[in-house]
Design a protein around this ligand. Sequence first.
Ligand code: HEC
Length: 101
Amino acid sequence: MKAVALAASVLGATSASIHAEQITGDIEYGQYLSSECTSCHSNQHTQQGIPKIAGYTAEAIVTLLHAYKNKELENVTMQTIAARLDDEAIAALAVYYASLP
Ligand code: HEC
């Protein structure tokens, strides 16, 4: 999938900085924010082409959400959602989703 390939390349390019500074976020805030996401993203399985993001690494979620925010990834829905998330919200969602199976 294009997004995953992009995430992999972005992660590869910036892995030094990402590993130097581990992602920290408020899991409870992330869980609170995720109520908006679960209407589309099931935590159990991919449905109707919408990927299950539960269990992604925090790095992957941060990278993907920033890519939507910067419009490097083309999905208007996700671009709109990501545009409203600040760094604290993105980090919180990332650590929450990474904590799920
Ligand atoms: C209205 C439906 C909808 C909502 C709400 C929604 N998403 Fe998405 N999201 C999508 C769709 C559709 C895609 C797949 C886009 C594609 O494949 O191009 C996606 C893709 C993603 C991806 C990339 C997954 C991958 O493997 O490429 C992430 C990460 C993501 N969403 C996170 C979130 C988060 C976090 C929230 C809540 C703040 C959220 N989404 C809310 C529909 C939604």
